[in-house]
Design a protein around this ligand. Structure first.
Ligand code: BEZ
Ligand code: FE
Length: 303
């Protein structure tokens, strides 16, 4: 903390600052949209409180504006620096927490976690038991499970979208050759079951060659994410689930996830299978592979 931050201010100065905050909050009082009025009022109050608490210098505010400007300049349709910023500040996870209250029934709804910037709409459709790799390198991994509701009823026809990085730590969209790999969509069967071949997830850093990466370095934080596989699951009348599964033996879980996405309930055993071990679908594999199970429970849409 700097000396300035400790400085106490006079009652007159505090009154001037408080009056400005109140004037700003009042300036939104006539917004027709009540929610917008609430959001802008609270944003202003918290922003002013922050500025006053740290006694923000003009140089620091200009640095913040330059940071946000650079975040905008590096953002395009393949790179989204503001999502990274939201993620590393825990704003994404806090918004997810507020919007995905725990639901308990015969079974608890699967917990949600961060969406990340690498989902695309154009993933290929695969049948149950299909392969999402599409040429992405990595150790094959058989993933299977069920989709049920919180009363334990199977959810047939749930739309399951999955995406993951290759073993170099890159998503397809991070390559400039337009490849589509390491992602697919499939539907659960009449009993709510699903299965696919993916890749055993490995830890990788979030993109850290921009302003967010500089901020992490300056604050002594790592950009590395715990190894994970993304899921988005949608079904009529049920709450859309955006989540990942994490690899139990990944040491990065104890070290920490750069976007605070790990939840104990999402850590799964990935069992390594020796080369030659029979596969669930008779596929012949040259090397080691792994298998895991992820049973998905969807909350009611109105929970
Ligand atoms: C990811 O999971 O891929 C991710 C999440 C947040 C920020 C960057 C990447
Ligand atoms: Fe990811």
């Amino acid at each position: 903390m700097t000396e300035t931050a400790h400085r106490s201010i006079s009652r007159e100065q505090a009154a001037i600052e408080q009056a400005l905050t109140e004037e700003l909050v009042a300036s939104f009082a006539h917004a027709e949209d009540r929610r917008l009025r609430q959001l802008m009022g609270a944003l202003t109050r918290h922003l002013h409180a922050f500025i006053r608490e740290v006694r923000l210098t003009e140089h620091e505010w200009n640095t913040a504006i330059a940071f946000l400007t650079e975040a905008g300049q590096i953002t395009d349709d393949r790179r989204q620096e503001y999502i990274l910023l939201s993620d590393v500040l825990g704003a994404s996870m806090q918004t997810i927490a507020v919007n995905n209250e725990a639901v308990y029934g015969a079974s608890s709804a699967t917990e949600a976690t961060v969406f990340g910037p690498f989902f695309t709409e154009d993933a290929p459709e695969i049948p149950i038991g299909g392969d999402i790799a599409g040429g992405a390198h990595g150790q094959p991994c058989w993933v299977e499970g069920t989709v049920t509701d919180t009363e334990g009823n199977p959810v047939p026809g749930a739309r399951i979208e999955v995406w993951e990085a290759d073993d170099e730590g890159f998503y397809d969209v991070q390559y400039s050759d337009g490849r589509v790999a390491g992602r697919a969509r499939l539907a659960s069967d009449a009993q709510g079951r699903y299965a696919f071949w993916g890749l055993t997830p490995t830890p990788y850093p979030i993109p850290h060659d921009g302003p967010v990466g500089r901020m992490l370095a300056a604050t002594g934080r790592s950009p590395v994410r715990a190894a994970h596989l993304h899921f988005m699951v949608t079904a009529p009348k049920l709450r859309t689930l955006v989540t990942h599964i994490f690899v139990k033996d990944d040491p990065q879980i104890a070290i920490g996830d750069s976007v605070f996405g790990v939840k104990d309930s999402l850590i799964k055993e990935f069992h390594t299978q020796a080369a030659g071990a029979p596969t669930p679908d008779g596929r012949r594999l040259e090397g080691d592979w792994s298998r895991t199970r992820f049973d998905i429970v969807l909350a009611p849409a109105d929970a």
